[in-house]
Design a protein around this ligand. Structure first.
Ligand code: VG1
Ligand code: CO
Length: 544
């Protein structure tokens, strides 16, 4: 089988966003569209020649077809071995784990994460490097640049491979090995957490939980780990079979999209613990009995309690959070006497800090938490971490969080999303804010004085690379913040994200309703950014 060279022409717009290239399935189905981007990966990643490539995805519509295309192109581009998850399935954190464990030169993950799936919905592709983490900004820029000059790609004429049975088969000069998508990942979890303690917690019969896989990739992982290895009752995992259209929903674990699970944690028969993960398994939502843990608080609680978990019992070296994430973790880091970093949005910015062992834990407000065990955020990992804490501390989720607030103060936090906004209007809004920034410091808005106002820029402390224009920050004396940025993962118009935070040290004021408590700040943000006038939207589409 000799590789064939196919002529092609560049497509506009193949620039990866916050997490890979995401477009409508219909866009990816255009002849040569996927191929061009995949060839740009091979052209910018010479280490893959003669190396090992991990391939898998979240099971969404077009996953299997895309994997066959990628495997033929990998063989034609001289990859020696491809490791593919059975059925084309690999969660994002499992792919990261497998790249590291098998010392692969990289991995291609097919996912648009929490975006809906199906013929009319979204598809995505991202490249992770040999450390198991998302390609850096300079690498994704190099890929993008390559897509703009590409004139050929390499592939093989070959029939589709059977991806549903474990084992090896040749494809040209490459070996394709179909592997169990779960076992390496499950073994890693078992090495980090006290499975006996969690098993005992389930055995008490006093503890009831559900894990909502949202018809997405974590179903098989959660079933094997929670029901199989930890002895949770059968049926603990709900919506546990990955479906190409995720059952028609948004596989996004938040209060808006995981309502079925949220309802189970409320009322007279409420669960003790509820958790959910997203399309590709890297996000998590943590719920207690009638209690929602904000992702920002979750990171802070995990950092404060890490020493109680076997994998982190020696302590943590540092913490990092994305800029819009609340400053709750900063307070823990200060008390532990470890470093704390503020990075731009997106997991790729944590990679260098993790590789350099400057941080052990990191997280984002967007339901992402993780550690140095892989180089991606990891939904099931966060759930197991919480279960381990519940088993050791023998307290409810709410009690653990309330105690945390008493100790560190509470960072009230909310995010308001305005989705599918006209792109020009959204750009105009951000430009308007940027122009406003120099005049804000010192001004008193709604009774609070502005301490600083800037467009966030980040200098990576390890390689010195600079990332600018990462979101508008307005900080007040006393710790409140308003942050605004445009999403880099959407596929339709623009999504405006408004992040709001205020700090309350007084334990007597820790039980306020979040939206009520944040009202003054919400109004300041709307007015400053002229949201309604510029976008025509009076209220956000999604509040988390
Ligand atoms: C969003 C989140 C960001 C996250 C990214 C990928 O990006 O805000 O924190 O890293 O999604 O997550 P944006 O640019 O839309 O705000 V995942 O689970 O969709 O891969
Ligand atoms: Co995701």
């Amino acid at each position: 089988m000799a590789p064939s060279v196919v002529s092609t022409q560049p497509f506009a717009g193949q620039r990866p966003g916050t997490s890979g290239l995401r477009k409508k399935v219909k866009v990816f189905q255009q002849p040569h569209y996927l191929e061009n981007f995949v060839q740009a990966i091979f052209d910018t990643q010479p280490e893959l020649r003669g190396g090992t490539l991990v391939v898998g995805g979240d099971g969404r519509y077009y996953n299997r077809e895309a994997i066959q295309v990628i495997l033929r192109m990998a063989a034609a581009n001289g990859v020696a071995k491809a490791l593919v998850g059975r059925g084309g399935i690999l969660s994002t954190p499992a792919a990261s784990c497998i790249i590291r464990k098998h010392k692969a030169q990289g991995g291609i993950i097919l996912s648009a994460s929490h975006n809906p799936g199906g013929p009319e919905e979204d598809f995505g592709i991202k490249f992770n490097g040999p450390n198991g983490g998302p390609a850096s900004e300079s690498l994704t820029e190099a890929m993008y640049a390559r897509t703009q000059t590409i004139d050929r790609y390499l592939t093989l004429e070959a029939p589709a491979l059977d991806l549903d049975r474990d084992g090896s088969a040749p494809l040209g000069d490459m070996t394709v090995q179909v592997i169990d998508p779960v076992s390496d990942y499950a073994a890693l979890m078992e090495a980090l957490f006290d499975f006996n303690a969690i098993h005992q917690l389930f055995n008490t019969g006093q503890f009831r939980m559900r894990f909502d896989a949202m018809h997405a990739v974590t179903g098989p992982y959660a079933k094997e780990i929670l029901e199989g290895r930890l002895g949770a009752e059968p049926g603990t995992v709900i919506n546990g079979t990955p479906l190409p259209d995720f059952g028609g929903g948004h596989p996004d674990p938040n209060l808006a999209h995981a309502q079925e699970l949220v309802a189970m944690t409320q009322g007279h028969d409420a669960l003790d613990f509820g958790a959910a993960s997203d399309g590709d398994g890297d996000r998590n939502m943590i719920l207690g009995k009638a209690f929602f843990v904000t992702p920002s608080d979750s990171l802070a609680v995990l950092a404060a309690n890490a020493h109680l978990v076997p994998g982190y019992q020696a302590g943590i070296s540092g913490v990092a959070r994305s800029m819009p994430t609340s400053q709750a973790a900063d307070r823990v880091a200060a008390q532990l006497g470890v470093e704390c970093f503020e990075t731009p949005t997106g997991w790729k910015f944590f990679g260098n800090l993790l590789d350099a062992r400057r941080i052990t834990l990191c997280g984002e407000e967007s339901f992402g938490t993780g550690s140095d065990h892989v180089r991606e955020k990891d939904g099931l990992w966060a759930v197991l971490f919480w279960l381990n804490l519940l088993a050791v501390r023998r307290q409810s989720v709410a009690d653990i969080v309330r105690e945390h607030w008493r100790r560190f103060g509470r960072n009230y936090y909310t995010r308001h999303d305005y989705e599918a906004v006209d792109s020009a209007a959204a750009e105009g809004l951000v430009d308007h804010l940027r122009r406003l920034l120099p005049s804000l410091p010192g001004q008193v808005l709604g009774g609070q004085r502005v301490a600083y106002a800037d467009d966030f820029a980040y200098t990576d402390p390890i390689d010195g690379s600079v990332s600018e224009r990462q979101g508008v920050r307005i900080g007040f004396e006393g710790g409140s913040r308003i942050v605004l940025r445009l999403s880099g993962t959407g596929t339709q118009g623009a999504t405006l994200r408004v992040y709001l935070e205020f700090y309350e040290p007084d334990p007597g004021r820790h039980d306020q309703d979040t939206q009520e408590a944040m009202r003054p700040l919400i109004l300041i943000a709307r007015e400053l950014a002229q949201i309604e006038a510029r976008t025509g939207r009076g209220e956000p589409d999604v509040i988390t």
